[in-house]
Design a protein around this ligand. Structure first.
Ligand code: NAG
Length: 158
């Protein structure tokens, strides 16, 4: 009886607080979207659906983890996805969508271009390329782990 009580509670408490199908990593959940949208529309969708944003990438470990996952979760026929990087607010000063400065970057050779103001990651290499913000591209949303609360059955005391 006691064992059953413990198991029922455990199953619920270890369940990740991400929307089913999304992937938890560190403090965040990641949602890959094969839908193609403009940069702003893509971010709006991340806000509306998850209370999140396009991804913010702060180190090479996270960068490479996202790239590996993108290989499996995104359509490789289109070799890129939006990340939450832009210099649309102040040209040549690339920042994250939350307004924070870009301390880590992983631009490909010759990037970013001066006439392209939104950032993408190449699925094949993990390198970043600037793109025209009105292009329609797949994207990756990020939201805080725990923001989504699945309804757990209450712990049963039998
Ligand atoms: C670039 O943007 C960041 C974040 O908003 C800001 O902290 C920084 O001062 C800006 N740099 C320049 C050179 O404008």
């Amino acid at each position: 009886m006691l064992r059953l009580f413990i198991i029922v509670c455990l199953v619920c408490s270890v369940a990740p607080d991400c929307v089913p199908g999304d992937v938890g990593f560190g403090d965040s959940c990641y949602s890959f979207n094969r839908v193609h949208g403009k940069f702003k529309d893509a971010n709006d969708l991340c806000v509306k659906m998850f209370g999140g944003s396009l991804v913010k990438i702060t180190n090479i470990i996270d960068n490479n983890w996202m790239q590996k996952l993108a290989v499996n979760h995104l359509d490789a026929d289109y070799n890129s996805f939006w990340i939450g990087a832009s210099d649309a607010a102040h040209y040549t000063n690339w920042t994250w969508i939350d307004g924070s400065p870009m301390r880590f970057s992983n631009w490909g050779p010759g990037q970013p271009l001066e006439d392209r103001h939104c950032g993408t990651m190449l699925i094949s290499t993990g390198k970043w390329f600037s793109q025209v913000c009105d292009e329609r591209i797949q994207f990756l949303c990020q939201y805080p782990n725990g923001a989504y609360s699945p309804t757990c059955p209450p712990c049963l005391e039998i």
